[in-house]
Design a protein around this ligand. Structure first.
Ligand code: UDP
Ligand code: MG
Length: 325
């Protein structure tokens, strides 16, 4: 029986056939120099190229490489989540599989983690991507995320990170939430650090994302902000908005009613007051909606916390010599 795994390296892979071999050999070199027991968990996120064939071939030679293939493309977040769920090490490293992140940084991430942090995030200080379409939106997004989540790091988008197992066990990823792992980790009480890491331009294959991710990031950010602050008390935020809106609507309608009943002779022709009346009714209705949403939210929060959690992916096959079945 081999020694227990200490470090698990999680690789989300989507159409990276040309990168996998070199990545594998670079990781192997770094990890062997480090001298820790490790495993590589490669998750093929439904690639349409030969990525999984390459993984199969590598797996035959290297039993430290565990390969998982999704039934279809579930997205980078799901791929990372699958890797986390199958990791056996107490330290987990995630990184991109396109050679943009460099395995040489892994030992430094681990050292920092062992200074007593739960999550160490890479910071691509010298990022090799296009400025206008990639780096500028990223700088703005990072500023916004820091503001909203209170996690003070420079580069949420960097996949190269080290985590303690407790962190990955306790955060549940949905949608495209992998970018917000530090924020989610903070939510479960993790100590977070950041170190500068290498970054290279992509040599083979194409980036899987374009500028369209901006809107997705913003929507995810709203979700995160909500999760971080109000997820256990939704009535507190929706109820407040409901009371404000309903209250203003009520005052408007009251004012109109008083005018109608007590001063009918004044210039109260209905047509003139119509916009006010509509506004009043609208605000009351919206207020009622908000409060009902808050109450529904309260019910859902309870269901969420009390029901069992289901995985967000389906695995087609898993190559793992240690799995006897
Ligand atoms: N990836 C994935 N599933 C997807 C999209 C991307 O597993 O649906 C992987 C991809 O293979 C790479 C990493 O996630 O290893 C980061 O993707 P990419 O390099 O395209 O992002 P960028 O570096 O351009 O932000
Ligand atoms: Mg990349």
């Amino acid at each position: 029986m081999s020694k227990p795994v200490e470090v698990s390296i999680v690789l989300p892979i989507y159409n990276e056939e040309k990168n996998i071999k070199e990545l594998h050999s670079r990781i192997t070199k770094v990890m062997q120099e480090l001298g820790r027991e490790y495993e590589i968990i490669a998750v093929d996120d439904g690639s349409s190229d030969s990525s999984f064939d390459v993984l199969r071939e590598l797996h035959q030679k290297d039993s430290r490489l565990i390969a998982i293939k999704f039934r279809r493309n579930f997205g980078q977040t799901a791929a990372m989540s699958a890797g986390f769920n199958h990791a056996k090490g107490n330290i987990i490293i995630s990184m991109d599989s396109d050679l943009q992140n460099d395995p040489v940084d892994i030992p430094r991430l681990i050292d920092k983690l062992e200074e007593g942090y739960d999550l160490v995030s890479g910071w691509r200080a010298d990022r090799k991507d296009k400025f206008l379409s990639r780096r500028l939106p990223s700088i703005l997004a990072n500023k916004l995320i820091v503001r909203m989540t209170g996690v003070d790091i420079h580069d949420f988008g960097c996949s190269l990170k080290a985590y303690r197992k407790e962190v990955t066990d306790n955060i549940h990823l949905y949608g495209e939430m992998h970018r917000f792992i530090p924020a989610l980790a903070k939510w479960v009480g993790a100590e977070i650090a950041e170190i500068k890491v290498e970054h290279h331009a992509r040599k083979y294959g194409k980036s899987k994302y374009g500028i369209s991710r901006t809107t997705r990031v913003i929507l995810d950010l709203i979700t995160i902000k909500f999760l971080l602050t109000f997820s256990t008390r939704p009535i507190q935020i929706f109820g407040k908005m409901g009371i404000i809106s309903g209250g203003i609507g009520f005052i408007i309608c009251l004012y109109l009613s008083i005018g109608k009943i007590f001063f009918p002779s004044e210039a109260t022709s209905l047509t003139k007051r119509m916009p006010m009346l509509l506004l009043g009714i609208l605000l009351i209705l919206v207020g009622v909606q908000f409060i009902s949403m808050g109450l529904l939210g309260e019910v859902m929060v309870r269901t969420y916390h009390e029901s069992q959690r289901k995985p967000i992916y389906f695995i087609r096959e898993k190559l793992d010599n240690n799995d006897e079945e």
